[in-house]
Design a protein around this ligand. Sequence first.
Ligand SMILES: Cc1cc2nc3c(=O)[nH]c(=O)nc-3n(C[C@H](O)[C@H](O)[C@H](O)COP(=O)(O)O)c2cc1C
Length: 211
Amino acid sequence: MATGNIQWNNMIRLKHSLYLLFLLLTALTGCGIEQPGTSQENGQETQLEDAKVLVACFSFTGTTKTAATTLSGLSNGTLYLIEPEMPYGSENSNYYDQSTRAYQEQYGPASARPAIKKTLDNADSYDIVLLGFPIWYGKAPRVVFSFLDAYSFKGKSVIPFITSGSTGISSAASELKSTYKDINWKTGDRLNGKSSEQLKTWLESLGIKVK
Ligand SMILES: Cc1cc2nc3c(=O)[nH]c(=O)nc-3n(C[C@H](O)[C@H](O)[C@H](O)COP(=O)(O)O)c2cc1C
């Protein structure tokens, strides 16, 4: 009986030791699972809470810029406006007009990259990029692609956000994702009409520290 108890106790001790070893290995390796609120970059884990945030935005009539300005204030991020070298004239507001530059670019070759002013310093110092733009004909304006071509955000967390008349973000987001496969794309959102409080909640849901 006593020998049986000793064997049983040894079994329990062995089970505990194996369990502790398992916990230790899981903690050390992380099992390759990316936790919410973290981002893997060059093998190093950045807590999104401590992350340096860039809010980059193209805006034609100011709606997306308003959301971007609020987001940069809330996240203590740097606001950067993506500016085409040749600004879009007001005639582009008439999106039924097929002769406009905006229409031609959006329906022309997907490789179109209108020149932008390259004035962003230390682009690679940012951990997270909130990337805002208006929907143009269902997609991201081509200047947004020019921006992503001009700076490398390989391995960075990029979160797209849009404003639009009614179109959602999914088509634009999937085109960006399939064009820039080495970016760590996060699910974005359409931010029309969102209050500062709602934008704060949105940032928090992404694991971004809010002021
Ligand atoms: C050239 C052009 C194309 C547009 N295409 C769409 C569209 O496909 N779907 C939509 O819902 N809104 C469309 N809009 C409306 C804009 O997405 C919307 O007004 C947006 O909020 C403008 O943002 P901004 O002021 O930052 O430029 C289009 C606007 C323009 C000027």
